[in-house]
Ligand binder design. Structure first.
Ligand SMILES: [Zn+2]
Length: 255
C-alpha cells in the first residue's frame, strides 16, 4: 500500500483564515448611516417586521421616521436654506422630513384651529387667495384622496410667483401606470406610477415641474420628489444641487 492511496484526495486550497476586513459584510440589521432628521443611530424593523434591501431596518427609533421621510429630508438639505427664511410655508401631511423652523412662517393644514390663524385647510379647496402662499409641501397625501387632481390644481393656484410646491407620492418610479384601488386600503386610494408625471404636466401647464431624486442615508433607498414653481431662478437652482433634477414640464407662458 503506497502512501499515495491513503492520502486524502487533493483539495482546492482552503480559503485564508484571516478575515478580509475590507469586504466584511456589515452586521445585519444595522443602518448604514445615522438618521438625517434626528442623528439617531438606533433603527427598528418597520410594521410587519419589514426590512429594506440588505436586511436594513427602516424605522428610526429616535424620531419615528421611515425611509420616505429621510428621502424628503435629504432633498431639502440639498436645497436649503436658499431663500427659505423669507418664505411662508404650508404643509399638508405630517412629514418629519420638513422642519417648520426653516421658513419665515410655517403652518400645518390640519391644525386643529386652537389658534386664531390656524383653522384646518382642505387640500381640494384651499381657503387662500391665488398666489397666497410661498411654499406648499404635500407629502404622501395625494394617495389618500378619492380624486387627487383638484388638489394639484389648488396647489398650483395658491403658490406665489417666487415660491414653490413640493410633492411626494410613494414609489412612483416602481411601476409604469398608476393603479387605482377598487377598495381603498390603509386609507390609500391608489398607488402612483410613472404616468403621474404626465398628469402633473397636464394639470399644471403654466408651471415648471421638476423631478428630483433623494436618498435615505440610513437604508440607501432612493425616492423621487417633485418641485412645482413659476420661478425660473429657483428652477435653475434645483439643477445645481446634485439631485439628478429633470424637467417633467417646462412652463408655458399663458396669454
Ligand atoms: Zn431619526
Amino acid at each position: 500500500m503506497s502512501a499515495k492511496t491513503t492520502k486524502p484526495p487533493a483539495r482546492r486550497q482552503a480559503p485564508p483564515t484571516k478575515p478580509e476586513v475590507a469586504d466584511a459584510p456589515r452586521e445585519a440589521g444595522t443602518a448604514l448611516a445615522p438618521c438625517n432628521i434626528c442623528q439617531g443611530v438606533a433603527f427598528k424593523p418597520g410594521p410587519n417586521a419589514r426590512m429594506v434591501g440588505d436586511n436594513t431596518p427602516p424605522l428610526c427609533a429616535g424620531c419615528g421616521s421611515f425611509e420616505r421621510h429621510r428621502i424628503v429630508r435629504h432633498i431639502f438639505d440639498k436645497i436649503r436654506p436658499h431663500r427659505f427664511a423669507t418664505l411662508n410655508a404650508l404643509q399638508f401631511g405630517r412629514d418629519r422630513g420638513i422642519a417648520g423652523g426653516w421658513f419665515r412662517s410655517f403652518r400645518r393644514a390640519d391644525d386643529d384651529g386652537k389658534s386664531e390663524t390656524a383653522a384646518p385647510l382642505s387640500i381640494t379647496q384651499i381657503a387662500l387667495p391665488d398666489a397666497g402662499m410661498d411654499v406648499v409641501v404635500c407629502s404622501y397625501v395625494l394617495e389618500t384622496l378619492p380624486d387627487h387632481r383638484p388638489a394639484l390644481r389648488e396647489i398650483g393656484r395658491v403658490i406665489s410667483d417666487h415660491g414653490f410646491a413640493f410633492i411626494a407620492v410613494q414609489t412612483p418610479h416602481s411601476r409604469a401606470t398608476t393603479v387605482e384601488m377598487a377598495r381603498p386600503a390603509d386609507g390609500r386610494y391608489r398607488t402612483f406610477g410613472r404616468d403621474f408625471e404626465a398628469e402633473l404636466a397636464a394639470l399644471l401647464p403654466d408651471l415648471h415641474v421638476i423631478r428630483v431624486v433623494g436618498q435615505d442615508p440610513a437604508t440607501q433607498v432612493e425616492g423621487w420628489g417633485y418641485f412645482i414653481t413659476m420661478d425660473d431662478e429657483f428652477a435653475a437652482y434645483l439643477f445645481e444641487r446634485g439631485l439628478r433634477a429633470k424637467f417633467v414640464n417646462i412652463r408655458k407662458i399663458m396669454a
